[in-house]
Design a protein around this ligand. Structure first.
Ligand SMILES: Nc1nc2c(c(=O)[nH]1)N[C@H]1C(S)=C(S)[C@@H](COP(=O)(O)OP(=O)(O)OC[C@H]3O[C@@H](n4cnc5c(=O)[nH]c(N)nc54)[C@H](O)[C@@H]3O)O[C@H]1N2
Ligand SMILES: Nc1nc2c(c(=O)[nH]1)N[C@H]1C(S)=C(S)[C@@H](COP(=O)(O)OP(=O)(O)OC[C@H]3O[C@@H](n4cnc5c(=O)[nH]c(N)nc54)[C@H](O)[C@@H]3O)O[C@H]1N2
Ligand code: SF4
Ligand SMILES: [Mo]
Length: 743
């Protein structure tokens, strides 16, 4: 059911005759382009197709790639500016080591030798697990596989984890429990076929911009739209039913809707009876969520909850899309399960126009959680604790199952283990905890306590500042491999340029470390293609089965959806057709969800809810987008979003500085007074560093199952902090924030 690429004639009909065409003879003063490379955007999990223009071994611009079927040439503001990052003067071109006086360049070989020596010293002194690895999901699948294998066999440590742990592990755990596997249930081509679209905790327009187009297409057919968010986000402004809930109360809302579906008999009885188990227990668990009880907990009027149940229950087809708004909670897994229960109760799986999908976030958010860099996982989405899974992987890797470590500590648990003295050394790639982990003060203390800390990055991130050694790694456009998009589509990333100076492709650095450690026999690769071929062999027969994919097929067919067991298999855009779920009996599990309140509550001292998230023009910890001028212009610093009623109560005018304090820290930033947020809640985007981290405030409590931090809810207080005196140009763009004057 993947949408077929448009033909040349269809493209011209849709976009006009001049699409993607330089006029004959070119433009005056046009840069001579050496090549145009079909690849994908380096930022979010939408993984838009894009053509990079290359001149003199530099990416100098882009063209839309109209016939890539997911985005058909469309890009968001980050995509159109992504090409500017490579030429930034901060690009690391040599490795750096920290000295008493700051960082100084160190030769690549010396950097490898020093890292290997420290790995050996720490592991010999304190044990194998005292050296840990933290990785990321902006990396290609080949690199994520390599990071997991390098940790287990190169270093022999159990402690390897990745930044998807901060992102979509709540959805992953819930999908596995309820449905038997973890991937979006459908390709996005099912969204336009839905008669109702329910979006829970996802700011689609800013964070999954291209998905908006799929929802519009459903709307054009008359579909209704339900949105659950404490803020009226851009897409929510168009919703038929807006559920403006209090942060941290999603499972109560979904439970009440389930109750209403039962009461109004809006159920798919046949589906429930033949394809699921556990319905009665799930309904019993929400029995006390009457409309009035749910209104009390969530702050959503009872009539809206009824309306949502009617819209969701009466439609013939429907999709529910969720993201971090429901997942970043100490009960994140329960929240996702409560959404899945709504999908199962109405039979919305395995058929056109139906599905419950998490919208993955990072470039390779999906692929990065499949191939073993997760602390409890082996390649192919196998479980490290499962003896059968261990045996299969051990055999492919030429070791015994006993040689494979057991599950290690998750990302944030590793930081606690540093403070406890159990982890003494760390290798980190593709994540920036000084901005991204909760409780920045705790993170800083942990990083400074490490005896040896090495980072692989192409910029000196705020975390890199705390490293003993920083390797200059590779930019997205300097390497190649495969990533899996939010839809579950595996696509090919193509190299456009080569790394500058002494910078190395990330995988080369890992292979050189393995060589130094004397474990190179496990890594007989000449490049990422060899790694991908190994992934195909190792995942054969696993849940995330890549055996039938080749790099050539991925390019020729505009991507493939796993499972794809053989080279003549078309891939699986829509899961659970039949319907048949991935549990051995083929049935899905309803799981009982009893609402649990957020781990931290508001009180007299901290009377307001804080929630955090994103804005369209910045990306994640900001290392990249804070270096792209036009994106900085659009949103240069964090703003504290708050309702006019709250602003009035505290005597704060739009643009004034406001101090936000939690039990862990405080942050001062300008206020943005808007009517689109609950009056008991403030929102701060998290992309900034150096005292502007939203994570100075957030609560490091974890979901007990997924180990995701509760970024989306904690208690804070506000106070005015004086007038903000930014210097703005005639377009209203902030040139300096005025902080300098005060300092
Ligand atoms: N522009 C941009 N796009 C991105 C990214 C980026 O950094 N910038 N990052 C990518 C990544 S890695 C990810 S994970 C995704 C994240 O994509 P999203 O999850 O869509 O983004 P967030 O802003 O984290 O949060 C989404 C919404 O959750 C709402 N919310 C807060 N608390 C609650 C709650 O308790 N319940 C409910 N129902 N909603 C709540 C917020 O108001 C917000 O509108 O975006 C990806 N795309
Ligand atoms: N308060 C709050 N905190 C949050 C969130 C929130 O909503 N609120 N969201 C969380 C979520 S969903 C996520 S995904 C995390 C993400 O936050 P992080 O895990 O910090 O992810 P990035 O910002 O992508 O950090 C990536 C770092 O790796 C580098 N990098 C990028 N690509 C590559 C590559 O290919 N090779 C190498 N060597 N380096 C690379 C970048 O330069 C950057 O320094 O933040 C989490 N933190
Ligand atoms: S939607 Fe995501 S993948 Fe597409 S251009 Fe924007 S950041 Fe890049
Ligand atoms: Mo994320």
């Amino acid at each position: 059911m993947a949408r077929a690429p448009l033909t040349e004639a269809e493209l011209i009909e849709r976009y006009g005759p001049h699409l993607n065409r330089t006029p004959p003879g070119g433009w005056e003063n046009e840069t001579e382009v050496d090549s145009v490379v079909n690849t994908h955007c380096c930022f979010c999990g939408q993984q838009c197709g894009i053509k990079l223009k290359v001149a003199d071994n530099a990416v100098v611009g882009f063209e839309p790639w109209y016939d890539f079927p997911f985005n058909e040439g469309k890009l968001c503001p980050k995509g159109v500016k992504r090409y500017l990052q490579g030429s930034h003067p901060d690009r690391l071109t040599t490795s750096l080591q920290r000295t008493a006086g700051g960082f100084e360049p160190i030769g690549y070989d010396a950097a490898i030798d020093r890292t290997v020596a420290e790995m050996r010293r720490i592991q010999d002194t304190y044990g194998k697990d005292a050296f840990s690895v933290v990785s990321g999901s902006s990396l290609t699948t080949e690199k994520t596989y390599l990071m997991g294998k390098f940790a287990r066999l190169g270093l022999g440590t159990a402690n390897v984890d990745y930044n998807g742990r901060l992102c979509m592990v709540s959805a992953a755990a819930a999908n596995k429990k309820a449905l038997g596997m973890d991937r979006a249930s459908n390709s996005w081509s099912d969204i336009p076929l839905a008669d109702v679209v329910f979006v829970a905790g996802a700011n689609i327009a800013e964070c999954a911009p291209i998905t908006t187009d799929y929802i519009w297409r459903a709307r054009d057919r008359g579909a209704s739209l339900i949105m659950a968010d404490p803020r009226v986000t851009p897409l929510a402004r168009t919703a038929d039913c807006f559920l403006g809930l209090r942060p941290g109360t999603d499972s109560a809302l979904m439970g009440a809707i389930l109750n209403q579906l039962v009461e109004r008999d809006l159920l798919d009885h046949d589906f429930i009876e033949h394809h699921t188990v556990g319905f009665d227990e799930a309904v019993a668990a929400v029995a006390d969520l009457s409309l009035s009880a749910a209104q009390e907990i969530t702050g959503v009027p009872a009539s809206r909850i009824e309306q949502a149940a009617e819209l969701w229950g009466r439609a013939a087809t429907g999709v529910l899309l969720h993201a971090r708004g429901i997942e970043h909670h100490s009960n994140g897994v329960q929240n996702v399960l409560s959404c899945i229960n709504l999908g199962l109760a109405t039979g919305r799986y395995g058929k056109p126009g139906c599905g419950v999908m998490t919208i993955t976030g990072q470039a390779n958010g999906q692929g990065g959680r499949e191939q073993g860099q997760k602390s409890d996982q082996l390649p192919g989405a196998r479980d490290i604790g499962n003896p059968d899974h261990r045996a299969v992987v051990a055999e492919h890797w030429g070791v015994t199952p006993e040689d494979l470590p057991q599950a290690g500590l998750s990302y944030e648990e590793q930081f606690q283990a540093i403070l406890d003295g159990d982890i003494r050394g760390m290798l980190m790639i593709c994540t920036n905890p000084m901005v991204a982990l909760p409780d920045t003060n705790m993170v800083r203390a942990a990083l400074e306590k490490l005896e040896f800390f090495a980072v692989i990055d192409f910029f000196l991130s705020e975390t890199g500042h705390h490293a003993d050694l920083v390797f200059a790694g590779s930019l997205h456009e300097e390497d190649e491999g495969v990533v899996t998009t939010a839809e579950g589509r595996c696509v090919k990333i193509n190299p456009a340029v080569t790394p500058p100076g002494e910078a190395r492709r990330d995988w080369e650095i890992i292979l050189d470390l393995a060589r130094g450690l004397g474990t190179q026999r496990y890594f007989p690769y000449k490049g990422p293609r060899d790694i991908f071929e190994e992934i195909r062999r190792v995942t054969s027969g696993a849940v995330a089965d890549y055996a039938g994919m080749t790099w050539e097929r991925l390019e020729a067919e505009h991507g493939l959806f796993w499972p794809c067991p053989t080279v003549d298999h078309p891939g699986t855009p829509r899961l659970y057709e039949g319907p048949r779920f991935a549990h051995p009996d083929g049935k899905a599990r309803f799981l009982p969800v009893r609402h649990q309140p957020p781990a931290e509550q508001v009180d007299a001292e901290y009377p307001l809810w804080l929630t955090t998230g994103r804005v369209i023009s910045q990306f994640l910890s900001g290392t990249q987008t804070r270096r792209i001028g036009p994106l900085v212009d659009q949103y240069p610093e964090p703003l504290v979003e708050l309702h006019p009623r709250l602003a009035e109560r505290f005597g704060i005018a739009d643009g004034d500085l406001v101090r936000v304090a939690s039990r862990r820290g405080e942050l001062t930033a300008p206020a943005q007074v808007v009517e689109t947020i609950r009056p008991d809640t403030v929102f701060v985007p998290y992309h900034w560093a150096n005292g502007k981290q939203a994570n100075l405030l957030t609560n490091p409590v974890l979901d007990p199952v997924s180990k995701i931090p509760a970024y989306k809810v904690c208690a804070v207080r506000l106070e005015p902090a004086g007038e903000h005196r930014p210097v703005v140009d005639d377009r209203g763009t902030i040139i300096t924030t005025g902080e300098e004057e005060r300092a």
